[in-house]
Design a protein around this ligand. Sequence first.
Ligand code: TRH
Length: 370
Amino acid sequence: MPSVRQPSTLAFDLFCRVIDNFGDAGVCWRLARQLAALGHAVQLWIDRPDVLARLLPELSLQADAQRVHGVQVGHWTAAEHAQPPEGGVVIEAFACTLPSRYAAAMAARQCLWINLEYLSAEPWVEGCHGLPSPQGSGVAKYFYFPGFTPATGGLLREPDLLRRRNQAQQLDRTRRLRALTGLSPSQLPADCRYLLLFCYPDAPLAGLQQALASQDTPSCLLVPGAPPPGLRSQGALRVQSIPFVPQAHFDALLWCCDLNFVRGEDSLVRALWAGAPLVWQIYRQEDDAHLDKLDAWLARARWPDPAQALTRAWNRQDDAGVAHALGQALRADPWQAWQARAQSWCETLGAQPDLAHNLVNFCQKQRQKS
Ligand code: TRH
C-alpha cells in the first residue's frame, strides 16, 4: 500500500476485543494498517491474536510484540501496564472498554479518546457522528460512526483499491481464481456464473441450492472453508470448497465473482467496493433489531425489487422466498439493473473520502481546538 504522509502525524493506540467470528479483528486490522500507511504511528492491542492470525498469516503467535506492515501489534494484557501515547489518539473499537489502569493514565497524557462504533446505514447515525461523550476524568471522548453518507465517518477504503480492482479484472478470471485458491482448471470451469458464499450457519441454503440448481446457466458456488452441511452440487449448481484466504487476498476473490454473498461488517464493505451485486447477511441481534438496520441499508442500496426481496428472505431464513427471489433476480433485466446499481453505488461511495482520512482529519481538528 503506498504511504502518503499527512501534514502532521499522530500516534494511535487501537484497542480490539474479539466478540466472535472475524469482523472485530478484520475491521481493526484494516484501520490500523491504513493509518500506518498514511504515515502515523499505530499500536494495535488485541485480545485474540490467534483470530487476527487467520486473516494475517504473517503474524507470529510466539512473539509478545511485533511490527507487521508498519503496525506495532501487542497482546491486550500487555496494554494493562503500558502508557498511552503522549498527546495521542486512543481508539476504543466497538465499545470494547479500555483496561482501567491505561484509561486512568489518559488524562495526564492529554489523549484524545475515540469510540469507534459499528457500521450502520440508519439515518440517526449522521446526527450522532462526532458528538462528544463527556468524561469525569476530563479526557476528550468522541463517538465516531462509520457510514454511507458524507455526514458520517465514511467507509474503510485503501486509496488505490478501485484502481487495483480494475487492473485485476483485465486478467482472465479462472487464472486469477487458480492463483488465489490453488484449485485445478477442472475445478474451475470457464463458462459459468461464479458466486462466493460467506454466510452464517443459519442461512437458508436449501433455497439457494434450489434456485441455482434449476437455472439454465451453470453456477459455481465458491465456499471458503468446509461447505455447510446439506449444501451440495445439484443440476446446474456446482459447490466448490476453497481455502479461507488471507485478508489481503479477500478483495481479489470478491472481484472474481458475479454475485457475492457476504456477512457482518467488513466483508459487506469489501463486496461494495467490488462494484458487483451482493447479498448481505447482517449480524443477528436480539429482538430482531438487525432487521431495522437491514431495512435502512436496503433503502440506501436501492437494489431492484427481486434483489431487495432476496436480501430480506436471506435474512429471515426463508428458503422458499430465497428460491423464488433469486430466480427472479437472475433474469436478464433485473440482473442488469442490479449490476448497474451496484456499480453506480460503488462509484458514489468511492467519490467520498474514506474512513481513515476522515478519522485523521477529525482528530487533527480536535487537537487544534484543544
Ligand atoms: O466474521 P464476521 O461475521 O464478523 C463479525 C463479527 O461477528 C462481529 O462480532 C460483528 O460485530 C461483526 O461481524 C459485524 O464478518 P465480517 O465483518 O465480514 O468479517 C469477516 C472477515 O474475514 C473480513 O475481514 C474478511 C475476512 N475473510 C478473509 O480474510 N478471508 C476469507 O476467505 C473470508 C471468507 C473472509
